[in-house]
Write a protein that binds this ligand. Structure first.
Ligand code: ADP
Ligand code: MG
Length: 570
């Protein structure tokens, strides 16, 4: 808890105590006034330690009214504080969650389901923030309960003891129900996340769903998912409503019993008894709030814990670089590198090679051979399970990330874009590129003419994640994004597989422009793309089957030979 938040909790307690005492005093006064009014009609006399016989009735009214104002101001203050604490908790938890995610290592990021973080930072977060509100509520109700209790002690100690006993009994009796509520709310929290990911999957696959004519199947899957969540939702809601009403009924019953008890013992003067009964009933309603808040706490704890766990996981897997600054990329070397995703099966096995500045290296091989895994190791998105990755002869994990990543660029098979304008996507949140740089990158990616003939030009919105562009245009946009920063290591992972002839020739043009400037790795299938590489590595079953110039490979690699022959049939 931060200092500021602790300070707010102290103020909250003070305000609650002030409001509680004001309320207790009002209740005592109301009883006195009522007795005074009754006495003036029936001639009853009142005694009691809180006798106000010496004060004028009008003074009592003014006093009671002023105390009401004090109570309302104090409680308004504590409401504001409660809301402010909860808001701060929400903002800080959201910030920590996303900052954690964006700084977590790639293996952790990539295993995160798309909808999970979204769900955690929105729906689940609101519940988690309510947790703070509930803690504030517990402080408030607890202190109010205590102040009314202290007031009752001043009026009649025995009655006060009875009051505590009643509250204690109720709390213990209703605890199993609270525990049940906690279990149901955890089930609900998990169920909601699952439902969210089922929905996002269905939205992503809406087109396929229509064309393959499985709308009804999706519908019934989602209906089942909705029903699954509904069960835990229903149970949690029932429990949340059942506990307060049960509390009220039990409390009333116990108050009746307590009155009978006090009557049998012949305790205290009439005014005292009257005031105690009023305080008793009122304090039990605070007791109920306390019980309710305790229940809510059980309900919200799982949400808060899930947020907490996610933050913890991200922190534990925070991306860490070394301390050596990279001056310029001269060479990359893999020394007997293996990589396993699950600790058992090797996706890459015993790979060794060295590549120097300015080389264009093609990577080919059947699907699942480990090409993308290799690429992620080269980018330092993953660390080798075994073996060493050397950059300029230095172990890669000793290099600092600040000087490493600005030298890199990546073009993936699937163009992933920001919802924004063309130039925003070329700059991609990076500073230091002026309009000329943007135009040059677009020209190199053969995109400039097309963009300039569209309304808005570079400032035109490209729709949600590039929805207003064709697949080829989107891909060329990611090429412009990659080459604008004059990168030294460029990785293209199957950039041509989604491209038409123009797109492919853009890639070839880009490769030529980078030749001699940067180290380039291009994962490709098309012989036309592979042929312009200086050297080609063939990956098969996670092993480096061959690494040679294109001219030599036809005789040494059956895979390459076959690929070339197939292309001739086109
Ligand atoms: P390629 O890019 O050559 O098609 P990949 O590098 O993507 O191949 O995959 C190599 C192997 O690693 C495959 O067997 C694939 O199933 C496995 N693999 C890839 N990504 C993951 C992952 N995130 N978790 C577990 N296994 C993976
Ligand atoms: Mg791949």
């Amino acid at each position: 808890m931060t200092g500021a938040r602790a300070w707010k909790f102290v103020l909250l307690s003070v305000l609650s105590a002030l409001g509680g005492f004001a309320e207790a005093a009002v209740l005592v006064l109301v009883v006195q006034i009522a007795l005074r009014l009754a006495r003036s009609q029936s001639g009853l006399t009142s005694g009691g330690i809180f006798s106000t016989d010496k004060l004028a009735l009008s003074t009592l009214f003014v006093l009671a009214a002023s105390l009401c104002v004090v109570r309302s101001i104090a409680f308004a203050g504590s409401s504001l504080l409660g809301a402010s604490i909860s808001t701060k908790v929400m903002v800080s938890a959201r910030t920590q969650l996303f900052s954690g995610f964006i700084r977590a290592s790639w293996p952790v990021q990539s295993s995160e389901a798309q909808s999970h973080l979204q769900d955690l930072t929105t729906t689940q977060m609101v519940a988690a923030a309510s947790y703070a509100l509930v803690v504030a509520g517990i402080v408030t109700s607890g202190i109010n309960f205590l102040t009314l209790l202290l007031s009752a002690v001043a009026v009649n100690p025995i009655a006060a003891v009875v009051m505590v006993a009643i509250a204690g009994i109720l709390f213990v009796v209703l605890r199993p129900l609270s525990r049940l509520a906690k279990q149901q709310s955890l089930a609900q929290s998990l169920g909601t996340t699952e439902y969210g990911s089922a929905i996002s999957q269905a939205v992503n696959l809406a087109q396929e769903s229509r064309v393959f004519h499985v709308d009804d199947e999706f519908d019934s899957r989602l209906k089942t998912a909705a029903n699954d969540v509904a069960v835990s939702y229903y149970r949690a809601q029932v429990l949340n409503r059942l506990v307060p009403t049960t509390y009220q009924s039990l409390a009333l019953l116990l108050v009746v019993g307590a009155l009978w008890f006090l009557h049998e013992l012949h305790i205290g003067p009439i005014a005292g008894i009257g005031a105690v009964v009023v305080l008793l009933v009122r304090s039990l309603s605070y007791g109920q709030l306390l019980q309710g808040a305790y229940n809510d706490l059980q309900y919200y704890i799982p949400y808060a814990e899930r947020v907490e766990t996610a933050i913890e996981t991200y922190r534990r897997h925070e991306l860490k670089g070394g301390t050596i600054a990279v001056g310029g990329l001269e060479s990359l070397e893999l020394d007997r590198v293996s990589y396993s995703y699950d600790g058992e099966v090797l996706a890459l096995s015993d790979i060794s090679f060295a590549v120097g500045r300015g080389e264009i290296v093609g990577i080919a091989g059947p699907s699942g051979a480990g090409k993308s895994t290799l690429v992620e190791i080269l980018l330092r998105l993953r660390s080798p399970t075994r073996g060493r990755y050397l950059v300029n002869g230095i172990p890669a994990d000793e290099l600092d990330l600040e000087s490493w990543y600005p030298r890199l660029a990546l073009v993936r098979q699937e163009a992933r874009l920001l919802t924004g304008t063309v130039e925003e996507n070329i700059r991609f949140l990076r500073d230091g590129f002026d309009d000329d740089d943007v135009a040059r990158a677009a020209r190199m990616a053969h995109l400039e003419t097309e963009i300039l003939t569209r309304p808005g030009g570079f400032a035109a919105a490209i729709g949600d994640r590039g929805g207003a562009l064709s697949g080829g245009q989107r891909q060329r946009l990611t090429i412009a994004r990659a080459i604008i920063g004059a990168p030294e290591l460029v990785i293209l992972d199957e950039p041509t597989s989604a491209l038409d002839m123009i797109g492919e020739s853009v890639i070839h043009g880009t490769l030529d422009a980078l030749r001699g400037q940067a180290m380039v790795f291009v994962v490709a299938h098309r012989p036309s793309t592979l042929r312009i590489c200086d050297r080609i590595m063939i990956l098969e079953h996670g092993r480096l089957a061959a690494f040679d110039e294109p001219g030599n490979l036809a005789s040494t690699s059956p895979f390459f030979k076959q690929a070339m022959e197939l292309s001739r049939l086109d």
